[in-house]
Write a protein that binds this ligand. Structure first.
Ligand SMILES: Cc1cc2nc3c(=O)[nH]c(=O)nc-3n(C[C@H](O)[C@H](O)[C@H](O)COP(=O)(O)O)c2cc1C
Ligand code: SF4
Ligand code: SF4
Length: 301
C-alpha cells in the first residue's frame, strides 16, 4: 500500500516555496498595470486559469497578463488599449463562470479584440457560443481561436494517462501560430465544418442535461482530513473563497467555479472529487509554478 508522508504545516509550506507567501504576491497596482506586446501595440490580456494551461498561453501574448479573479476584486472595470484579449479554458463548451461574470461587468475599448480558448478533448461549439455570449454585452471579437492542451477535467480523465497524450498535442506549435496571428492582427473566427457543428450541437444537448453550473464546492469536492496537513494552499488558490480553517480543520463551502485549482495543487492529494477518474493523479502545467496560480487566484490579503 502506498503511504503518503505526513508533513507539518511548516514543512509543507517550505516544500512549496510558500513560507514567505506575501513576498511573491503582486501589489494591487501591479495587477492593473496594462501591458505592451511584441508588435509595439498597447495590449491588455485578461486570463483565467485553474491548472496553468491558459496562463501559459496568456504569457506568450503579454509579459503581464491580468488575472480576471484579481481584476474582479478591484474597482476598475473600464479598459482601453490598441488590442484587448482573453485567454481561458473551455468548460463544456462555455466560458468559466468567473469569465462570464467579468464580461457582464467590464467595459472595453480596443481596435483589435481577440480570444484564445484552451481545451483538452473536444471544443464542442465553444468559439461560436463565446462569440454570441460576449456580443450580448457589446464585445465584438476580430479573432477567436483554440489551443489543444492537457485535459484537466478530473471528473472524467486520469491525469497520468492525459500526460502521456499531451506530447502528441503539439501545444507549443499551436500557441506560436496563434501568437503570430494576433501579432499581425489577423481577423478570423474559428469555424466548424457542418459535420463538426452537428456533432457539437449533439454534445451541447447532452451536457445541457447535466450542466456543471451551478455547483457548490462541497457538492464537488471532499477534503480527506487524514491526509491534510493544513498548509493552506487550497485557501490560496481558490478564486471563490471556498476554503477556510475551522475548529475541525480545513472546510470547503460555497459557490464553486469548478476550476479544480484546489484539487490539482493540494500537495497531499487530500482534495478528492466526489466522482473522478483517478484521485491520485493531479496536474499543473509543467511550466507554471504554484506561486503563479496563487498570484492568479488568491482572494485574501
Ligand atoms: C469543469 C471543466 C470542464 C471542461 N470541459 C471541457 C470540454 O467540454 N471540452 C474540452 O475539450 N475540455 C474541457 N475541459 C478541459 C479544459 O478546458 C482544459 O484542460 C484547459 O486547458 C484547462 O485550462 P487551465 O489549465 O487554464 O485551467 C474542462 C475542464 C474543466 C475543469
Ligand atoms: S487540503 Fe488544503 S490545507 Fe490540507 S493539505 Fe491540501 S491544500 Fe493543504
Ligand atoms: S473550490 Fe476548488 S474547484 Fe471550486 S472554485 Fe475553489 S479552487 Fe476552484
Amino acid at each position: 500500500m502506498t503511504t503518503i508522508k505526513r508533513m507539518t504545516r511548516r514543512e509543507a509550506l517550505k516544500n512549496l516555496g510558500l513560507l514567505a507567501t506575501g513576498a511573491f504576491l503582486l501589489g494591487s497596482s501591479d495587477v492593473l498595470t496594462s501591458c505592451s506586446s511584441d508588435n509595439g501595440k498597447k495590449r491588455i490580456v485578461f486570463y483565467f486559469t485553474g491548472s496553468g494551461n491558459s496562463l501559459y498561453v496568456a504569457k506568450h501574448l503579454s509579459e503581464k497578463p491580468l488575472s480576471i479573479p484579481q481584476v474582479l476584486q478591484g474597482d476598475q472595470f473600464e479598459f482601453e488599449a490598441d488590442e484587448i484579449g482573453f485567454v481561458f479554458p473551455d468548460y463544456q463548451g462555455k466560458a468559466p463562470s468567473i469569465v462570464q461574470e467579468f464580461v457582464q461587468k467590464v467595459k472595453l475599448k480596443a481596435d483589435y479584440m481577440f480570444t484564445i480558448i484552451t481545451y483538452g478533448m473536444d471544443n464542442c461549439l465553444v468559439t461560436e457560443l463565446w462569440e454570441q455570449y460576449a456580443a450580448q454585452y457589446g464585445i465584438k471579437f476580430d479573432y477567436i481561436n483554440v489551443v489543444l492542451m492537457q485535459d484537466v477535467y478530473l471528473t472524467m480523465f486520469d491525469q497520468d494517462q492525459q500526460r502521456t497524450l499531451a506530447a502528441e498535442k503539439d501545444e507549443e506549435i499551436h500557441i506560436i501560430r496563434r501568437v503570430e496571428d494576433i501579432n499581425s492582427q489577423r481577423k478570423w473566427i474559428y469555424e466548424f465544418t457542418p459535420e463538426q457543428h452537428q456533432r457539437g450541437e449533439m454534445l451541447m444537448n447532452m451536457v445541457s442535461r447535466n450542466p456543471i453550473y451551478p455547483i457548490t464546492s462541497q457538492a464537488l469536492l471532499r477534503v480527506d482530513r487524514n491526509l491534510c496537513v493544513g498548509c493552506g494552499t487550497c485557501v490560496d488558490v481558490c478564486p471563490k473563497k471556498c476554503y477556510s480553517f475551522g475548529s475541525q480543520g480545513i472546510t470547503n463551502t460555497g459557490d464553486c467555479a469548478y476550476c479544480l485549482a484546489c484539487a490539482n495543487n493540494c500537495p497531499q492529494k487530500a482534495i478528492k472529487l466526489v466522482r473522478e477518474a483517478n484521485p491520485n493523479a493531479r496536474y499543473r502545467h509543467p511550466k507554471i509554478t504554484l506561486q503563479e496560480i496563487v498570484r492568479s487566484n488568491r482572494q485574501h490579503g
